[in-house]
Each structure stands twice: as C-alpha cells, then as structure tokens.
Design a protein around this ligand. Structure first.
Ligand code: NAD
Length: 281
C-alpha cells in the first residue's frame, strides 16, 4: 500500500510553482512532498527551507512509495531522469509529466513498462493557485487516478481536459502564456515611462489593468471583442491607440507567436523522443 505522498523529480521553476501552490494554498502538508533533482543540493535545501518539503538526492527514497510521481525536468533530461527512477516505480503509482512535447508513449517506453501516465500542462501561476492546467492521459489511467491528478491541479488553479495531441497547442497558448503577458507588461511599462509616468506608478496601474481585464473575461458573458468595443469611444483615445496596433499587425504577430510555440512543443517531443528512444526501439 502506497502512502499518499507526491514525489517531484526535478526541482526547477515549474516544480517550485506547484509546490508553492500546494503548500501555501494549504492543499498538501509539506511532509507529504518529496523532491529530488540532478543539480546541486543547494537548490533542494532552498526548497526545504522555503516550503518545508523533504528533499534528497536519493531517487529511491523520493519515488519509492509515493502515490504520485511528478516528472518536472526539462525534455532534454527526460531519458536520464526516468533511467534514474524506473527501478523504483510500479504500476500502482501515477506518473504525472509536466514536460512540454514529450508524449505519454515516449515516457512509457523509457520506463519500459505499462504505467498510468497523465500529462499535464500547467503554468507558473500555479504558485498563486491560478494555473490554467490542461490534462490528458494514456489508456492505463483509471477514472479514479485521473480524478486524483485533476484534484491536485484543481488545488492550484483550473483544470481543462484535452486530447493528448492538443497539448502542443495548449503549451503554445497557456503553458508559455504567462511569458507573453509579462512581455506585454514590460512593453507597457516602457511605454508608460516614455509618456511621463514613474516606474512604480506604471507598474501598479498595469498590473491592476491586467487583473481587471482578466476578471472581466472570466466573469462576463461578453466576447472579448464586445468588451473591447465598450472601452473604445468613437474618435477617442483607445481607437487612436488600437489603430497603431493594427498598423503594426500585432494580431498577426500574436498568432505567429502561439503557432511557433505550438510547433516547438511538437518538435521537442520529436527530437527528444528520437534521441531518448534510440536504444529502446
Ligand atoms: N517553467 C514553465 O513555465 C513551465 C510551464 C509548464 C511546463 N513546464 C515544463 O516543466 C519542465 C521543467 O521546466 P522548468 O522551467 O521548471 O525547468 P528548470 O530548468 O527550472 O528545472 C529543471 C529541474 O530538473 C532537474 N533535473 C534535470 N535532470 C534531472 C534528472 N536526470 N533527474 C532529476 N532531476 C533532473 C534539474 O536539476 C532542475 O531542478 C519542463 O519539461 C517544461 O517543459 C514548464
């Protein structure tokens, strides 16, 4: 019988965002979270100090007996990461991978056995329990296991179920999405300073504007285009500003950005699967 612990293999920014959300959201006691990585002990010690989670370089100690194992290394490290834990993993455990691009089939082959594999694409807003997470799973996952995995991510934001092949599109949209919004925030901040506002004043106005607009999108039944129209007085300031966005083809740039990120997710899956599975086929 496995204890109800969650093991993180990989201790970077995504792992920390999830741990932060789980611990500080009061969802999971830190003693039920175990974390390991490949790099220095310093990073693990930091997570132990900051969140009270158990940390160890010992892979068996981390994953053995955990009910959920979260793979949180970079796609390029998936082969070595799975190699280091596969002997301590069995079919009663649920594997959750947050890796961009890497398919459940590649993960299964690397473990070399049938396992319940859930793929999740959260984002770093997990740290504030505000992740938009999409989930897909392989056929070994039972309804109860999927519910368990969904429960974990519901604790740190919203959960949407998608087909596995749609995860590349999700990654290009909401996995990478916070970075696009920060990019816009950076640009707005620079523009605000150039138009005469102090940095701190601009920052506060921008963050609250983004938050308010996001809440409107979440709560209003109106389409974004309608909400936009409501801000845009004929012959007014918004219209003048948006004319510039059109002139610079910002909408096309955003479409190209999301498409390229989706393609890169697919490519990562292909490249790393090809390299990782060389000796497994
Ligand atoms: N950062 C994001 O916004 C985000 C969002 C969604 C999904 N992801 C996915 O999460 C994963 C991690 O991304 P990140 O930004 O946290 O990366 P990161 O570089 O910050 O962290 C990676 C961690 O994996 C560890 N690691 C590397 N090889 C390992 C091995 N063999 N065994 C154990 N641990 C090993 C490293 O020591 C490090 O702690 C990626 O696959 C990425 O696609 C990231």
């Amino acid at each position: 019988m496995h204890m109800n612990t969650i093991a993180f293999v990989g201790a970077g920014s995504m792992a920390e965002a999830i741990i932060n959300g789980l611990v500080n959201g009061g969802v999971c006691l830190p003693e039920y979270i175990k974390v390991t990585n490949r790099s220095s002990m310093e990073r693990l010690d930091f997570l132990n100090q900051a969140y009270g989670v158990s940390v160890t370089k010992n892979k068996q100690e981390t994953v053995g007996g955990a009910s959920i194992i979260i793979l949180a290394m970079k796609p390029k490290d998936v082969k070595a990461g799975i190699e280091s834990i596969k002997d301590y993993v069995d079919s009663s455990q649920v594997i959750i991978s947050v890796l961009a691009g890497i398919s459940s089939e590649t993960i299964r082959k690397l473990f070399g056995k049938e396992l319940s594999i859930v793929r999740a694409m959260p984002n770093t807003s997990a740290a504030l329990q505000r992740s938009a997470t999409a989930l897909a799973c392989n056929s070994a996952v039972t309804a109860d296991q999927l519910k368990q995995a969904a429960g974990l991510f519901e604790a740190i934001g919203t959960v949407t179920h998608v087909l596995e092949h749609q995860l590349d599109a999700v990654t290009g949209l909401s996995g990478s999405g916070p970075a696009y919004i920060y990019y816009i925030a950076e640009a707005l901040e620079k523009a605000a300073e150039e138009t005469g506002l102090e940095k701190e004043t601009a920052k506060a106005l921008i963050a609250q504007t983004l938050l308010g607009a996001a809440e409107m999108l979440l709560t209003s039944e109106k389409e974004p285009a309608v909400l936009r129209k409501e801000v845009t007085s004929p012959g007014g300031t918004t219209e003048a500003g948006i004319e510039k966005l059109e002139e610079y083809k910002v909408s096309e740039a955003i479409a190209a950005c999301v498409k390229k990120a989706k393609e890169r997710s697919h490519e990562l899956g292909e490249i790393f699967a090809k390299n990782a599975l060389k000796e497994h086929t």
